[in-house]
Design a protein around this ligand. Structure first.
Ligand SMILES: [Zn+2]
Length: 1031
């Protein structure tokens, strides 16, 4: 648990005081008293499906409360509202109600005077040419994306900014001064090392007080995580080569000169955690325990709290009061992935069946029976851990308590001993009090000219023949219960009757797209197994039927409407797979016009590029969610297609959007098919509604995800698959108790792939502390950045991008300054001191600000920006981590005999070598980069070509060659493709070729191609902001 602060805290490897109840580390923690049931002997996993006697239903005291809820239950899922309705969801980020965000200690942009002072104190004179004091800059320091425009003026001086110790000797050479280098810097004139940052760094507590690390005089900068943390030394004046003077050049040079190893490294943090916790078992029996990183390979044993695969938090120790929360500005949030896939060696969720009585719930807050319910009165009553209400134990559920006050059936009931489990839902939880029908998948193929001509339609039809054999099915069932249906369309829709009794499929055309209806009921949604022959026949015929089409116009909203009507008619939920080519311009509801306008970029109206065109699509989302209709969109555009609007329905219905620009079967076909296969086979739940309950004192206030909210508490999802996550923000409404801790329960009501109604429950307990140091120790940077990405991406719908970026930077500085002020031991102001658990937070934050949606560049496609914005909204922690810090892995020296994947290196150009080969992937794109001096034998082995010069562009897969290197590299690539939620197209790029630019934009530690500071510059800038906040 490397949670302590850098300088301030005790040694990294030591047990940390103050971690409250759980010093013991995994597994050995003492039982938490308030936890009631925990802490006992390692629990024997409950065996099999639990069945409880239901005979005593009659005797069960049916509380008036629950009966009165029934109507509500049916409509709303399992979440009757007896709980006091929380106040309205607060406005997104940055808006007035959220003073938290705006209210940085630093009141907005420093006034001109202040800035001027800063600038002058930066010793700009040391640079060849001081940056021109741009007036706009002077007024709004960090408004531009840290990018180019601004960076020049503000960032570069960073290093030498105010905090630079005056007595610093002049820099001597390009390297080094990594400001933060920490220990090594202290007192070490870097002179001999040829590093510019000669400055005798401030002495004192030393950059690194980490025990065990010398605080002074160490040359070299071990890039060990624990080792830096030092002070930000000054900047390097006088870089060799000087600054060309052009402001834009200013940002560049300094970063290259510093020793990049001296600033905190994500790859190092990942590696350290893997070494420390990789292969270990993480038992969830300890309240507030910080899990291993999302990148670490570990096994989870559920002992009373949900696995981190289901829920991760920004911090596992909440501040006790709203004031403390406000003071530190660390967002309190949980990222919930209710359907997360579990590795094969972890136990799937147990299903509890209480028969007709349904799950036992608190009469007042309706929380479900869980380990946080405290049994009293010899087992006759229990106190709810969420609202403290004392409830009678239903007669059928009564059980005696042992001498510890624990029910004797503790280990036999998942809902008493586990963090996650399911209940079979009763009819009360079903629409119209009727058990649901099995869900359906409808494949809707745009057969307009573009899709026919590209060969896409044939590709899809051919693939479906085999893919439909692999529809998700219940464990142990031979066939999938999911029904299938088929529609093709251009300006009109064609429905197909594929009833098994037919010899030939029948087509029915609906041309009135304004009044969409489904022209047939019987035979439209069928069991694939029953109708296989007819479906084959249909899939064979479709490409030919439209082979000569000249129709290029399409409709879109009516296609979704047709799906909704079909599900309504069949009284089932399900998913639409829409394969669509272009912006819908045909005369019909939801017709769109090209509204792309690059002139809006970097203006106050830029936000409109991200806003969907309302009306029709807004209503459609509502209809979809009401009928459990999830929409997945596969888009194959050749030009702007208003992604912001077209993806609106998918992103409110738990759907996914895939985009293949200028699709060509040869180069993109396999990529698309991999996505389609993954998507069709994903584990998924339908017609879902989730409620997050919390113990008293705090409350879920805001939600981010591919969800629909018709009120402030019910998170509705037409479907939710294993990759979709909802980020939930919490606010205080009272004081939290250190003793009791804080509990949350996420209850998801959904329909299984075979049509069973279930409740999936995830419980998590957190610590609470009146010490901010506890919060900082228990932070999880990967979760924090997930929250920031989602909230910033939502904020850009309503605010100018520059404001959003400014808020992000301010909040970063504020969070870190608060740590410095309240948690770190005193040290020289020139030191940058970061909490250990957040030491790489600035890299992620800087990377986030350079992402397409936030960067504000006319060179980026509006559709791509909108697409990324929406995709991230539904991502879990693992995906945002990878997206914001891609894996860059050297492959030229890969050990072909090793099972272990090669270790990634930092995402910076500095790590590339002319004779090297590197694989870069971020979950969305994948590149194989080849240095211009790649050895011929490597090229021969991988491509069967004599030299790099023979490599043709557009290659998107490696040839299958029979040699160890080829096999190894291909297996590394395919295991990554297997592992990630999305397929990635492989781009093979040669150093210095034009396509290399695409690759370079993912080197997130470097200055952004489209704007945005390098990591080094950003860190220096943040450090300066922190110093300002502290003065
Ligand atoms: Zn309760």
């Amino acid at each position: 648990m490397s949670q302590q602060g850098y300088v301030a805290a005790p040694p990294y490897s030591q047990a940390q005081p103050g971690m409250g109840a759980y010093q013991g580390g995994f597994g050995s923690g003492p039982a938490q008293p308030l936890y009631g049931h925990y802490g006992g002997p390692p629990q024997a996993p409950p065996a099999g499906v639990m069945k409880s006697p239901v005979s005593s239903v009659a005797g069960m005291p049916l509380s008036p409360v629950s009966s009165q809820y029934n109507p509500n239950v049916q409509q709303n899922g399992a979440h009757p509202q007896s709980y006091p309705a929380p106040p309205a969801v607060s406005a997104p980020y940055g808006q007035p109600p959220h003073s938290l965000y705006n209210n940085m200690a630093s009141p907005g942009p420093p006034p001109t005077q202040q800035l001027t002072n800063q600038m002058s104190s930066m010793n700009l004179g040391n640079y060849g040419n001081p940056p021109p004091p741009a007036s706009s800059v002077a007024q709004q320091p960090f408004q531009a994306p840290p990018p180019s425009s601004l960076a020049p003026q503000h960032m570069p001086p960073g290093p030498q900014s105010p905090h630079m110790s005056p007595q610093m000797s002049p820099p001597q050479s390009p390297q080094a001064n990594m400001p933060m280098a920490g220990q090594s810097m202290a007192g070490t004139p870097m002179a001999g090392t040829g590093r510019p940052f000669p400055g005798p760094p401030p002495q004192g507590p030393g950059g690194f007080q980490q025990p065990g690390l010398a605080s002074a005089g160490q040359p070299g900068y071990p890039q060990q995580a624990g080792q830096f943390g030092g002070y930000m030394a000054g900047p390097q004046p006088n870089m060799p080569g000087g600054f060309p003077g052009a402001p834009s050049a200013l940002a560049g040079p300094p970063q290259k000169k510093l020793d990049p190893d001296s600033i905190p490294s994500i790859t190092q943090v990942i590696e350290d955690d893997q070494v420390k916790q990789g292969g270990e078992v993480f038992s969830t029996n300890i309240r507030g325990q910080v899990p291993p990183l999302v990148t670490t390979d570990f096994t989870v044993t559920d002992q009373g709290n949900a696995s981190p695969r289901f829920i991760r938090c920004t911090t596992y120790s909440l501040p006790c009061t709203a004031d403390l929360a406000k003071q530190c500005q660390v967002p309190l949030a949980a990222i919930v992935k209710p359907f997360a896939s579990l590795p094969k060696n972890e136990t799937p969720l147990y299903v509890v069946n209480h028969g007709d009585t349904g799950p036992v719930r608190c009469n007042r807050c309706k929380a479900y029976m869980c380990p946080y319910m405290q049994f009293i009165d010899g087992g006759r009553r229990y106190q709810c851990g969420f609202c403290n209400c004392v409830n009678e134990v239903p007669v059928f559920y009564f059980q005696h308590l042992d001498h510890m006050g624990r029910r004797v059936d503790f280990y036999e009931r998942p809902e008493l001993s586990l963090g996650s489990y399911e209940f079979v839902a009763t009819l009360d939880y079903c629409k119209n009090n009727k058990p649901p029908n099995p869900p359906a998948y409808i494949f809707m193929i745009d057969v307009s000219y573009n899709n026919i001509k590209s060969g896409l339609v044939k590709l899809i039809c051919d693939e479906l023949k085999t893919l439909l054999e692999k529809l998700p099915r219940e464990e142990g069932m031979e066939n999938s219960a999911i029904k299938v249906g088929f529609v093709t369309y251009n300006k009109v829709l064609h429905f197909y009757n594929v009833k098994s009794a037919l010899a030939q499929p029948q087509m029915m055309v609906v041309s009135d797209t304004a009044e969409m209806f489904v022209p047939l009921l019987n035979g439209f949604l069928v069991n694939y197994q029953d109708s296989r022959a007819v479906i084959y026949n249909l899939l064979d015929q479709i490409p030919d039927m439209f082979a000569d089409t000249s129709e290029s116009e399409t409709v879109f909203a009516p296609v979704i409407q047709a799906g909704v009507e079909a599900f309504k008619a069949a009284e089932c939920s399900g998913k639409l797979f829409i394969f669509h080519s272009s912006m819908p311009t045909a005369e019909a509801p939801g017709k769109l016009k090209n509204r792309d306008d690059k002139k809006l970029v970097n203006t106050d109206k830029e936000k409109t590029l991200f806003q969907p065109q309302k009306s029709v699509y807004e209503q459609l989302s509502k209809d979809c969610v009401a009928s459990g209709c999830c929409v997945d969109l596969f888009l194959f555009p050749s030009q702007y297609s208003d992604m912001a609007t077209m993806a609106d329905v998918p992103s409110h219905t738990g759907g996914s959007v895939y985009k293949y620009s200028n699709f060509q079967v040869e180069t993109d076909g396999e990529h698309f098919l991999r996505d389609l296969r993954k998507d069709v086979q994903k584990s998924i739940g339908f017609d879902a509604i989730m409620r997050v309950r919390t113990s008293t004192g705090f409350r879920a206030t805001d939600f981010f995800g591919a969800v629909y909210m018709s009120n402030t508490t019910d998170i509705e999802m037409a479907a939710v698959d294993c990759d979709k996550a909802v980020t939930v923000e919490f606010k205080h409404d009272d004081t939290l108790s250190e003793e009791t801790g804080a509990f949350m329960q996420c209850a998801l009501l959904y329909t299984t792939i075979s049509g069973q109604r279930r409740l999936r429950i995830h419980n998590l307990s957190l610590n609470c502390s009146s010490q901010l140091s506890e919060l900082y120790k228990s932070c999880e940077t990967d979760s924090l950045i997930n929250f920031f990405a989602k909230s910033a991406y939502r904020a850009i719908l309503n605010q100018p991008l520059k404001n959003v970026r400014e808020i992000l930077v301010n909040q970063t500085a504020h969070m870190l300054a608060c740590y410095r002020k309240n948690c770190a031991s005193p040290s020289a102001a020139s030191q940058l001191i970061l909490p250990d658990a957040m030491k790489v937070f600035p890299v992620y934050m800087n990377s986030l600000m350079k992402t397409a949606p936030l960067v504000g560049s006319t060179e980026l496609s509006t559709d791509d920006r909108a697409h990324q914005r929406l995709s991230v909204t539904a991502m879990g922690v693992e995906d945002t981590q990878l997206l914001l810090y891609p894996r860059l892995t050297p492959l030229h020296n890969v050990d072909v005999d090793s099972e272990k994947p090669p270790a990634p290196v930092r995402c910076s150009e500095e790590r590339l070598t002319d004779s090297g080969m590197f694989l870069l992937e971020n979950g969305q794109s994948m590149f194989l980069w080849l240095g211009q001096a790649s050895p011929p034998d490597l090229i021969q082995n991988l491509f069967n070509l004599p030299s790099l010069a023979h490599l043709q562009g557009h290659m998107c897969a490696l040839p299958e060659l029979d040699n160890p290197l080829s096999k190894k590299v291909r297996s590394i690539i395919s295991s990554l493709l297997e592992k990630r939620p999305n397929s990635m197209k492989l781009h093979i790029v040669r150093q210095r070729d034009k396509p290399e630019m695409l690759f370079r934009q993912f080197l997130v530690e470097d200055k952004g191609l489209h704007g945005g500071a390098s990591y080094m510059d950003f860190l220096c800038y943040v450090h300066r902001e922190i110093r300002q906040l502290l003065t």
